[in-house]
Design a protein. Structure first.
Length: 73
């Protein structure tokens, strides 16, 4: 894997982590903050994916988020 692949995996796993946190957060203020940070990671993922377009499996396969993705699950 290239460094871009690793960065993309990191952004995917960050988004998964924020999704899990959002599932378990009831406080509206905290949810808003988590959603804003998740959007930042989503934008970074979107930008990185343009450079890794030859590897769509990274975006489709939830296992591709690597060790952090496993930790989140």
């Amino acid at each position: 894997p290239t460094q871009l692949d690793d960065l993309l995996r990191g952004e995917i796993s960050a988004m998964q982590a924020y999704d899990k946190a959002l599932e378990n957060t009831k406080d509206a203020k905290v949810r808003g903050q988590l959603q804003a940070i998740r959007r930042d990671h989503e934008q970074a993922m979107s930008k990185l994916s343009k450079f890794v377009a030859s590897k769509p499996e990274l975006l489709e396969d939830t296992e591709s988020s690597g060790a952090w993705g496993a930790f989140v699950k």
